[in-house]
Design a binder for this molecule. Structure first.
Ligand SMILES: [Zn+2]
Length: 412
């Protein structure tokens, strides 16, 4: 996912491997013409392929980290180039490849399924995606696993390896079977994302998706929204069968990084809606009884995420909470567009904050407290779950009342 690198304050000197890569990205970002851009782009992509195959994860991350602090546009160019190189390995045969992710948002008071999928279900999904989402030139190979976010490849090099493996299968028209026992265990949340992963092969330069294709009837091309609508209507029954007992929302399938970023963004509002529905149903309260306390959580002077603590009536206890991370270009602070007040002492992100406020109101929560103070990123020392603010601005562990009759799940 394109986001802030992990250790932005560490080293400021580049290794001898990272320096040429950083220079390529800087030259690309500073290009003065389309011709020059094309020149540096070609060089950059040529440098990345062997690095991803050679497991040079450290060099990649070090370069990204350095550019994030010293040349943001070059950072953006490099992150984009790395993601593209990962998703579209060049394996010859005059075919273009794309590592495809099919995201599904789900919430349930029971476990949201993940792991192995039966053969006939894989075949069904492959057919549906080919028919409703991909272009007529596309050949898709799906894996037999429903991935949770913590089961997706963690590093660029491991994602690149998966893309090569699946890409090869797509070129050779083979099937791919992953041993789901080797994947990390999935923690249960009230709401979460699941992914189907696969690779698409198309003849070089041909469209991958339906929304890139000319309409055979001669009319307008299908928009992404129309393709998503079709996918929801026509693929919905299969997805619902796969995720029995869950409320689901299907998102647009796309290249891995784009699909995951969009899903992470969508998952935040989805999880607020799920939380409100969950509290109303499970605790038998109406939305007027729910209080939401919203706090900005800061690391090194920049907002990392907002956290929303839910409490009932006048009780100070937090019964449930939602983390709202800032993603990609949203990350950090921004000046208030309305008041243009000086926020140099208090980091703020008014656009995100008002999005959260509007959403809480939309789900019927009237008692809303936006806390002025800024909080450190604190977690429970025992279980690692985030601590949420209550209306008084205290950070607390979310605990459901003891008398609530609920299946044993971790609620975050
Ligand atoms: Zn705990």
């Amino acid at each position: 996912m394109r986001r802030k690198p992990l250790n932005t304050t560490s080293r400021s000197k580049l290794s001898k491997y990272a320096k040429p890569l950083a220079n390529l990205a800087i030259n690309l970002a500073d290009s003065g013409s389309r011709l020059e851009r094309r020149f540096w782009k070609k060089r950059l992509f040529a440098a990345l392929t062997p690095m991803l195959e050679g497991r040079s994860e450290t060099t990649l991350n070090q370069t990204l980290e350095y550019l994030y602090n010293h040349h943001y546009r070059a950072y953006d160019q490099l992150a984009f180039a790395v993601e593209n190189t990962v998703e579209s390995p060049v394996l010859g045969k005059q075919q273009d490849l794309l590592l495809l992710a099919v995201p599904i948002l789900a919430w349930s008071t029971y476990n949201i399924p993940s792991g192995k999928i039966e053969e006939d279900v894989v075949n069904d999904f492959t057919k549906q995606l080919q028919k409703h989402v991909l272009s007529e030139h596309a050949h898709l190979v799906l894996t037999n696993v429903l991935f949770s976010p913590d089961q997706l490849p963690e590093s660029y090099t491991s994602a690149a390896e998966l893309a090569r493996q699946l890409g090869h299968a797509a070129l050779e028209r083979l099937t791919v079977r992953i041993d789901s026992e080797t994947l990390p265990a999935t923690q249960s949340f009230l709401s979460d994302v699941r992914y189907l992963l696969g690779a698409v092969a198309v003849p070089e330069g041909m469209p991958v998706f339906k929304w890139q294709e000319d309409n055979p009837a001669g009319g307008a091309m299908l928009s992404k929204e129309e393709v998503l609508e079709n996918w929801r209507t026509l693929g919905g029954r299969s997805v619902q069968k796969l995720m029995a007992g869950c409320n689901i929302q299907m998102l647009l399938p796309n290249g891995l990084y784009n699909a995951c970023r969009e899903a992470e963004k969508e998952a935040r509002a989805y999880s607020v809606r799920a939380s409100a529905a969950f509290l109303e149903n499970s605790l038998q309260v109406n939305p007027q009884q729910i209080k939401a306390s919203v706090g900005a959580f800061v690391d090194r002077g920049e907002i990392e995420e907002y956290r929303i603590g839910f409490s009932i009536d006048d009780s100070p206890e937090i019964v449930h909470g939602v983390v709202w991370p800032l993603i990609g270009e949203e990350y950090g602070n921004e000046p208030d567009p309305v008041y243009e007040k000086d926020i140099s002492s208090e980091p703020d992100n008014p656009v995100i904050r008002s999005t959260i406020e509007a959403l809480l109101k939309e789900v019927g929560i009237k008692h809303l407290k936006v806390l002025e103070e800024r909080f450190p990123l604190e977690y429970c020392e025992d279980c690692g779950s985030p601590l949420y603010p209550n209306p008084e601005g205290e950070l607390l562990h979310a605990e459901l009342p003891e008398d609530s009759q609920l299946p044993g799940i971790h609620l975050h």
